[in-house]
Design a binder for this molecule. Structure first.
Ligand SMILES: [Zn+2]
Ligand SMILES: [Zn+2]
Length: 386
């Protein structure tokens, strides 16, 4: 079956909301305007319970069906990115240096559209919790909402998330069972040597040479330590040292990110990165201090819930337009914390041929709104069929 007629009717109104949110991007937990907009809309739909301030600035709306039953959670994210927008669109960001470059404006608008539909029709038994989280882009807002007791407070038994994906055609969905997005860890290696005159290197311990060898040796984690059939990314993204052409500095700092899909690989990468940094520095007479921070966990799709999500997407798009075995993405998602707390699934919805996520020319594609709303509605009505 195609998109719901009512969802198609709602498209223009929801696109207006989306563009309104787009004009006023907010970062991390400071999503007060967006959260207030969400809460006001939920109230206007007659949503039964609206709670703000969960996980600092998150919002949850509870929509009760026509009878008793289970409760499922459906989640969108509200925060933007510190990027200067270059779309030239009439609804472009009015806040310098900030923009909705990940489509969270669209996610929020689509979930509001689904909430409006579900509150109008209530063609299900049990309850739907619509979850609007802050700080997806690095702040762990999803984790904050879980830690704030959201799952228990609303009795949420299953939880679902959706993200738009440029490059996947409009009207198509993609999902996979198991890991769909990576664990995202950060590291910082401080190499302490002994500075001095650049013309007298024998009197120094050069942290730049030691650091260069560490950068090279870190490449062997993926090429020599990891099982070739497993995934690991080790990217050095910063190397800061020195300030003059004739001085060997005392210290060098290397930083970067590690991405993995399986817990064993995450453990292996952390262990080897530490051993390599410390060992290579020692071989040069230097000392490496390794700081390793485990950030977002793997976004792991549970088997049954992945099937429910794929089936709902198939009802909207036709099963041939749902790729149920999409390759995982090595980016991270803090919906992963909600999937650690409850079974559920995360799905990609095609954004068509747009600029990529986090690009200054990216814009959420309003054409996909009816598909997204229909997916949420089908999922709720199927999982809570009376
Ligand atoms: Zn993003
Ligand atoms: Zn995102």
């Amino acid at each position: 079956m195609p998109v719901l007629n009512r969802a198609a009717e709602l498209q223009e109104e929801i696109a207006e909301w989306r563009r309104h949110i787009h004009t006023q991007p907010e970062l991390l937990f400071a999503v007060e305007k967006t959260a207030a907009f969400v809460a006001e809309k939920l109230k206007s739909f007659g949503v039964d319970e609206i709670v703000t301030g969960i996980g600092k600035t998150g919002v949850v709306g509870l929509i009760k069906g026509k009878g008793p039953g289970r409760t499922i959670g459906m989640r969108a994210d509200m925060d933007a990115l510190p990027i200067t927008e270059q779309t030239g669109k009439p609804w472009a960001s009015t806040v310098p240096g900030m923009m909705h470059a990940c489509g969270h404006d669209g996610h929020t608008a689509m979930l509001l559209g689904a909430a409006k539909y579900l509150a109008e029709t209530r063609n299900f038994s049990g309850s739907v919790a619509v979850i609007f989280q802050p700080a997806e882009e690095g702040g762990g807002g999803g984790n904050e909402m879980v830690k704030d007791g959201m799952m228990e407070r609303f009795g949420i038994q299953e939880v679902y998330g959706m993200h738009n994906m440029p490059g996947i055609p409009v009207g198509q969905f993609a999902i996979r069972q198991g890991p769909i997005m990576a664990a995202t860890d950060e590291f910082k290696i401080t190499i302490k040597g002994h500075g001095g005159h650049a013309a007298m290197p024998h009197l120094t311990i050069d942290p730049i040479v030691a650091g260069s060898q560490i950068v090279n040796s870190l490449q062997t984690i993926a090429s020599r330590n990891a099982d070739p059939l497993q995934s690991v990314v080790v990217s050095v993204t910063k190397f800061n040292a020195g300030f003059a052409h004739n001085i060997i500095p005392t210290e060098a700092v290397i930083a970067g990110t590690v991405r993995t899909l399986m817990p064993e690989m995450r453990d292996l990468a952390q262990k080897r990165l530490t051993e390599i940094a410390e060992g290579v520095a020692k071989a040069q007479g230097a000392v490496a201090d390794v700081y390793y921070d485990r950030n977002y966990p793997v976004t792991f799709n549970h088997a049954e819930e992945t099937q429910y999500a794929a089936a709902a997407a198939g009802e909207v798009a036709g099963s041939t337009n749902v790729n149920a075995e999409v390759a995982p993405v090595m980016g991270g998602e803090d919906f992963s914390y909600m999937l650690e707390a409850r079974p559920g699934a995360f799905i990609f919805i095609g954004n068509g041929d747009t600029a990529g996520l986090h690009h200054p020319e990216y814009d959420f594609n309003d054409e996909i709104i009816p598909h997204g709303i229909s997916y949420w509605v089908k999922l709720a009505e199927d999982r809570l069929a009376g």
